[in-house]
Design a protein around this ligand. Sequence first.
Ligand code: EPZ
Length: 432
Amino acid sequence: MDKLVVRGGKPLVGDLHVSGSKNTALPLMAIGLLTDGPVTIHHIPDLKDITTFRKVIEVTGTTVTGDASDHTLVINAAGLNRPEAPYELVKRMRASFYMLGALLGKTGQARVSLPGGCAWGPRPVDLHIEGMKALGAEVELDAGYVVARAKGGRLSGGRVSFEPSSVGATINVLLGAVLAKGESVLENAAIEPDVVECCQMLRSMGARIEGIGTRTLFVQGVDRLDPVTYTNCPDRIELGTFMIAAAISGIPGKPVTIHHANPEHLGTSFLESFERTGAGVLIKGSQIQVTAPEELRPVSIRTDVYPGFPTDLQAQWTVLLAKAVGNSKVHESIYPDRFKHIPELHRMGVNAIIVGDEVVIEGGKRIQGTSVMSTDLRASVSLVLAGMIAEGETHVLRVYHLDRGYERVEEKLAGAGIDIERVRYDEWADPD
Ligand code: EPZ
């Protein structure tokens, strides 16, 4: 098993490069199942989640060629003959549940394991299942699997309303609706960039979707979609993570340049909050220059659906607040209990108290390096950020969580001046 060893206090200098978006690449790959013929997707990040989803797709008889290290995959569903997604793979990654909409849309049937996903709170899929029923599918739960069949062999389209707004459910229903034989209306649809990118790729394949980027999507089902070559967008959560890293570890007055960025995908709330900390932001096309201030100001945030503050940046923001002198709050409104990183930050001396769906932070305290445990993807990267500003050495254990969503993060940070290295270790070895 691997850990990351971070020796704190080194400034972040120079350049960082953002990889392709994980949460967009995954549904784009699922879209590749909706046509017979080669669908080429560029700028796929080289991540464990992508490898997992590639295996899920290959189980169906679909071929996936290309090497993630060259960031391009070619998906060809002409040989799709097994509309299934098995538990052994789906349990590793919740986004595998996109197979429900893709297989139902393409073949009229699907047998997909209920997902696992991150550790915090219940991660229901009721909106996905109700959505498929609204499109004309018969759905039953059988031994941990969702077994769905389109009446008459093809989805008929229908009206779906999402409460709460759900990125995954919106995309899953889109995957079913675009090849249905009628019209669908998706109300209170999610408008995250991941959804917009999916709509744009589907439209380039011949799908008929109106209202892209709004909370009501109108889909006119078509009989066939055509193969396409599409380029994935940059990862907005990695971008936000790097901006926070620059604000807490940069040299005041000395900008850090972040390349291949799309700042609009962060939403207005994050960008406004970020500038209120005193950090300097200069946007130059797909480059963002971030300059650390002499002293960070504490800025309380509340997570929300896009264009609100991304919940996937909540843990990272908490580390920024731990450095800024003064009291502030983080309110998590999307997920119950997405605070698994807080007890680990406590071990480093961060003064943060969980009160219901809020964390109250007293920043400016001394932060000391120690061994800490990753629990989920975004919590683990917040521990790396804390190690960067801590005194001494921080060992971030079980970084397989981090490897799900950050491509070669230790190489990227080491290339920008941070003292960080990946070390193999035996979790069960007795302390010497
Ligand atoms: C996507 O998850 C992302 N994952 C998550 O990122 C992200 O945190 C989340 O959107 C919110 O932005 C991927 O894109 C692969 P939701 P998703 O459905 O689609 C509730 C990361 O770190 N809900 O928008 O699963 C749900 O419980 C991951 O990269 C239902 O009630 O999130 C939550 O409270 C973590 N019923 C809210 O909706 C449902 O059927 C938003 O969840 C589905 C969701």
